[in-house]
Structures are given as C-alpha cells and as structure tokens.
Design a protein around this ligand. Structure first.
Ligand code: HEM
Length: 143
C-alpha cells in the first residue's frame, strides 16, 4: 500500500464517504450481503441464526453499526451498547467469531464500495476496532 504521498489519510472522511456510497446503493442490500457472508463463513454462525428473523436482524445491525461508529469517536459506553454486549455474552460466542464478523463486514464493503482500496479498508478497520473489541472483551470477561 502506498503511503498516499505526503498527506496522511483522514480515516474519518474515508470511512464516512465509503459508508455514504454504500448506503446510496441500498442499506438493505449491504446488511443482507453481510449476513450472507457471515452465515456462509461458519457452521457455528449458521446455527446461531437458524431461528432469527433476518429482516429484523438487518435493522438491528444498522442501529448497532451507528453505535459502533460513535463508540469509535468518544469511547463512551451507553445502555444500548451494554445491552447488546450482554446479549452476546449470554450467547457464548467464541472470540474468533468476532474476527470473522469483521472480516465478513470488510468483504461486504469491498464488494459494494466502487471506490474501495486499501485506505478505505484501513478506515473501516480502525473505525470498527474499538466497538468490536468492546464486544469481544465483554463476552470474554463475562465467562
Ligand atoms: C461487533 C460485532 C457485532 C455486532 C455489532 C452485533 C450486533 C447485534 C445486534 C444489534 C443484535 C440484536 C440484539 C437484539 O435483539 O436486541 C444481535 C443479535 C445476535 N447476534 Fe450479533 N453482533 C455482533 C457480533 C456477533 C457475532 C460474532 C455473532 C456470532 C455468531 C453474533 C450472533 C448473534 C446472534 C445469534 C444474535 C441473536 C439473533 C436472534 O435474536 O435470533 N453476533 N447482534
């Protein structure tokens, strides 16, 4: 990956622009493609979602992604993010599935953002990292 000349990449802008391009193509398509990837990636994940109303799940993920974005900028916990973390802690999700979750999200971004490049991927990865780690660590510490 090039260092982008002498300019340092603005990950906030790269992330926001990518998110807007993707949402302009249809948020439903994005969430549906994400869960297609996630469920196909592991039998354990497929089993976990066997009785799930996926239409509701797409809306839930959309809401939680907003929270993950705000957590990335202020690192403040709130009742919503704690509730989601608690639900996952009770589901006994192994830590490696959070890595898979992030990989599937990036695969979906790659597929849906026509300006995707390594800097866009980095922007997504650094933006979701704090919220993802919060969820993973919360589940691990609740064991
Ligand atoms: C940071 C990563 C994740 C986020 C933001 C997230 C987000 C959410 C949200 C918002 C819900 C809905 C909770 C509610 O009903 O109020 C949910 C449910 C669920 N999530 Fe996650 N999730 C993440 C990672 C994972 C992983 C790694 C798994 C592994 C299998 C997983 C499995 C599930 C399952 C099984 C449900 C319950 C579905 C149902 O109600 O039938 N999630 N998730």
């Amino acid at each position: 990956m090039s260092s982008n000349g002498s300019r340092s990449p603005d990950f906030n802008k790269l992330f926001n622009d990518s998110y807007e391009r993707i949402m302009a193509r249809g948020s439903d398509v994005f969430y549906q493609r994400f869960y297609d990837h996630f469920i196909a990636a592991s039998p354990e994940v497929a089993k976990a979602f066997v009785n799930t109303d996926m239409k509701r799940q797409y809306e839930m993920l959309s809401l939680s992604l907003m929270q993950i974005m705000s957590f990335a900028s202020d690192r403040r916990s709130n009742p919503y993010i704690e509730k989601i973390a608690n639900i996952h802690a009770r589901l006994n999700i192994s830590g490696n599935l959070f890595t898979l979750w992030a990989q599937c999200l990036i695969a979906t971004v790659r597929e849906m953002d026509d300006h995707y490049d390594a800097h866009v991927e980095l922007a997504w990865r650094v933006t979701i990292a704090p919220g993802l780690e919060f969820m993973r660590a919360y589940c691990e510490l609740a064991e």
